[in-house]
Design a protein around this ligand. Structure first.
Ligand code: UDX
Ligand code: ADP
Length: 456
């Protein structure tokens, strides 16, 4: 039996440790966080994050072999393996500001582990970190006069929010980066692999050196983000021609070498990883003097900003170049469906730009309103739980998040209470555009012909 500790009870740490506990009933898994409120929420019926399947999973394992606690020091002492999933936000000050990851929380955690450990431990990086973070971690932990040896491994998390439980239960691969050149390094990798072997087929557990593991995570996210930006770049051409982005996506996605994923055109990508990891990669390139590589990846970020701007520009232009005083309802605020997370959500940016134009913004979302209220604190925005309430007297609807709920609303009922002309800007291409047009709406999807006689 092992004592497994997770430090950081966020979107990554919470679900990851819960799945480990579920799959390894003989081990004891504890999750700690400096945020006592968050731990209290994990111990209550109202978990701090929404994730399909998470409630049932927690119900099953909490109190059995999964525990949430704020006793960080004590849990460090007891732990054999420590997964670190603390946040690594983009640095806002000093060298690398706006690009590099802020490793403040990381370093604090490393020092806390060293201060409390009374025996050897395996420390596993779970949060996304810039390449070579493990060196820093190792140096802090294995100081010259420290009698205790620590092995540092990198096991980057590839889960996506909204499908986190499935991604953890049936992962494409589990990547374990460590030191092959020492006995204890090899043993640590084996110990960690043994945990995953409980439910992950052998061939999906991949070993690499620690730097490859760290870089693979940044690279995967950069590639995915790049695909979204690529298809969004094509959407701009579609809007100028008779091409239809869905038809184009389908056609290129059927090419086996390309595949169908991450080809849905949108108002832009969001989430806590893509932008942060791209910027990290840019910083890394700059650090090593690779200016062109840095610029190359920077353009993926810039193009995403451009796509969000294009969306707002279109709203403004189609609504006769003024939205001052017009009521615009955002359908969805989360950065994608099936999560309440709003970090880097395009909706934040779109709201700010609409407010600059003095529009009256109303926000509705089935899961993300609490986060939206925090993101937009102090801004003159109205929030509504019920989409039918939100649209009363509205001039336009802008779909920001692809929640199924928005597909199935009664749009005739909505049309009846909106101002005319009634506009729909579908930033996710999820609505029945033709049906809406027939009801009388002026419909502007992404990368498709507009359905509006104003557009002729
Ligand atoms: C991502 C990675 O997928 C995951 O492996 C990593 O560990 C963390 O970052 P996540 O941020 O949860 O996961 O979201 P993801 O599903 O990748 O979507 C990112 C953004 O791209 C979302 O805003 C989404 O709406 C957008 N997107 C995705 C598109 O606009 N079009 C697509 O086709 C796919
Ligand atoms: P992610 O999406 O990477 O999981 P989150 O912000 O959701 O990011 O979670 C990170 C968690 O780590 C937060 O709950 C934060 O309070 C916690 N955390 C940060 N620093 C420490 C620390 N030194 N010890 C314990 N928990 C920490």
């Amino acid at each position: 039996m092992l004592n497994i500790l997770g430090i950081g009870a966020g979107y990554v740490g919470g679900p990851t440790m819960a799945v480990i506990a579920d799959k390894c009933p003989e081990h004891k898994v504890t999750v700690v966080d400096i945020n006592a409120e968050k731990i209290a929420a994990w111990n209550s019926d109202h978990l701090p994050i929404f994730e399909p399947g998470l409630d049932a999973l927690i119900e099953r394992v909490r109190g059995r072999n999964l525990f949430f606690s704020t006793e960080i020091d004590e849990e460090i002492r007891k732990a054999d393996l420590i997964f670190v999933s603390v946040n690594t936000p983009t640095k806002t000050y000093g060298q690398g500001a706006g690009l590099a990851a802020d490793l403040m929380y990381w370093e604090k955690t490393a020092r806390q582990i060293r201060a409390n450990a009374t025996g050897p431990k395996i420390v596993i990086e779970k949060s996304t970190v810039p390449v070579r973070t493990a060196v820093a971690m190792e140096r802090i932990l294995n100081e010259k006069d420290s009698p205790i040896h620590f092995d540092v491994l990198s096991c980057p998390e590839f889960l996506a929010e909204g499908t986190a439980i499935r991604d953890l239960e049936v992962p494409d691969r589990v990547l374990i980066g460590g030191r092959h050149d020492t006995d204890s390094g090899r043993e640590a990798m084996k110990k960690l692999s043994d945990i995953f072997r409980h439910w992950v087929p052998e061939e999906r557990i991949i070993h690499s050196n620690i730097w490859s593991a760290e870089l693979s995570k940044l690279a995967s996210n950069a590639f995915l983000a790049q695909r979204v930006s690529s298809i969004n770049a094509i959407s701009a051409i579609c809007e100028k021609t008779e091409a239809d982005i869905n038809e184009v996506s389908r056609a290129i996605g059927l090419d086996q070498r390309i595949g169908p994923h991450f080809l849905k055109s949108s108002v832009g990508f969001g989430g806590s990883c893509f932008k942060k990891d791209l910027l990290n990669l840019v910083y890394l390139c700059q650090f090593y003097g690779l200016e062109e590589a840095a610029e190359y990846w920077m353009w993926v970020v810039k193009f995403n900003d451009h796509q969000m701007n294009r969306f707002v520009d279109r709203i403004l232009k189609k609504m006769f170049n003024t939205i001052n005083g017009k009521r615009i309802v955002l359908f969805g605020f989360a950065f994608k469906a099936n999560t309440g997370d709003t970090r880097e959500s395009p909706a934040i940016y779109v709201t700010k730009r609409l407010l600059e134009e003095r529009a009256e913004v109303v926000v509705t979302d089935p899961r993300a309103l609490d986060n939206a209220r925090r993101d937009l604190e102090g801004m003159p925005v109205t929030f509504a739980e019920d989409p039918y309430e939100a649209v009363r007297g509205a001039h336009a609807i802008a779909v920001m998040t692809e929640w199924d709920l928005y597909r199935d609303l009664d749009y005739q009922r909505i049309y009846d209470v909106m101002e005319k002309p009634a506009f729909v800007f579908d930033g996710r291409n999820i609505l029945d555009h033709k049906g809406l047009y027939e009801m009388g709406y002026h419909v502007f999807p992404i990368g498709k012909k507009a359905l509006s006689h104003f557009d002729r």
